[in-house]
Design a protein around this ligand. Structure first.
Ligand SMILES: [Fe+2]
Length: 311
């Protein structure tokens, strides 16, 4: 039996909102990303300091939420095999893999997860030349947290179908999933409907994490929650709200998982110093919790996948 194709990494996420691209200055001048030149009106692509072509995109659209999550596969043969594998698994997939028109090109296809999110799987996207870390500039997407009414269903799909592994649980409220050594690239948070909770950008060090917070503060952007250090993942956190109303996080020092020895555990939610190790952040304020709940997102349909649009 040939081995199953599995996801290698989370490349990034594209989000949609009315007037989303008006937030370009926030992400470039305050958040610390660079704009990737693209001939695509109504969409702005951003990169971090590592080689990934783009890690975050803003698209002007009538609806507010995720456009798609973008995952890397090992090579183009794997892309073709994964398309067939997902079809055999009964997953709703779009048309056969094509050359991608997004910056960096590549070869990929779209599919829909059980909550109705659009996922893109690709290989061969051109990388930028490696650049040196710049203090307080994000390297890449660390993780995306998604709200879902059914954590078990999502954990099973991401693990059994896409090849993720469970790293930890936070009570019955969250499950943390990895596809590489980072403690989590995707996490699910229990919520009333599928939506985007937040997107985290990793900084090169604890010092640059704090300097990034300082840059935001001096420009009038105080953290909505944090700084602090989480229990699960052991990563630092500081959450901000973007101009389009999406929560974004600076993080650093994410726990690296040893596949051989790691055993997932259920972190208690009633021990404050297990949730907030430094005890600097306290529980999330009501206002940020409301933004993290996101807005209910309509499920994608196969026809929309084939068209590549839903509005
Ligand atoms: Fe996070």
């Amino acid at each position: 039996m040939t081995e199953r194709v599995v996801v290698q990494s989370l490349r990034g996420i594209a989000v949609c909102a009315p007037g989303a691209t008006a937030g370009t200055a926030f992400f470039r001048d305050q958040w610390g990303l660079d704009v990737v030149p693209a001939a695509q009106p109504g969409t702005v692509y951003f990169r971090g300091t590592l080689g990934e072509q783009w890690i975050y995109a803003l698209r002007d659209a009538a609806y507010h939420g995720i456009d798609y999550l973008h995952f890397a596969l090992v090579d183009e043969v794997a892309v073709d095999r994964f398309h067939r594998q997902l079809q055999a698994d009964g997953v709703v997939v779009g048309a056969a893999p094509v050359r991608l028109a997004t910056p960096g090109g590549g070869y990929g296809f779209d599919a829909i997860d059980p909550d109705g999110r659009r996922l893109r799987f690709s290989s061969g996207v051109a990388c930028h030349p490696e650049t040196a870390d710049r203090a307080s500039r994000p390297r890449k997407i660390s993780h995306v947290v998604l709200n879902s009414p059914d954590l078990t269903r999502m954990e099973r799909f991401y693990c059994d179908v896409l090849g993720f592994r469970t790293s930890d649980y936070s009570g019955e409220m969250m499950v943390f999933l990895r596809c590489m050594s980072d403690h989590h690239s995707i996490a699910f948070n229990k919520g009333p409907y599928p939506s985007l909770n937040h997107v985290a950008f990793v900084m090169p060090s604890l010092d640059s994490f704090m300097r990034g917070i300082g840059r935001m503060k001096t420009q009038g952007q105080a953290p909505a929650w944090g700084p602090g250090r989480h229990g699960p993942g052991d990563n630092t956190f500081a959450y901000f709200v973007s101009p389009s109303g999406f929560v974004v996080e600076y993080t650093s020092e994410v726990q690296q998982i040893d596949e051989v020895t790691h055993v997932p555990k259920i972190w208690p939610r009633d021990q404050p110093d297990a949730m907030d190790q430094w005890m600097t952040a306290g529980p999330p304020p009501t206002a940020v919790r409301a933004v993290m709940q996101g807005r209910a997102e309509a499920a994608w349909t196969q026809q929309q996948l084939v068209q590549g649009e839903r509005d």
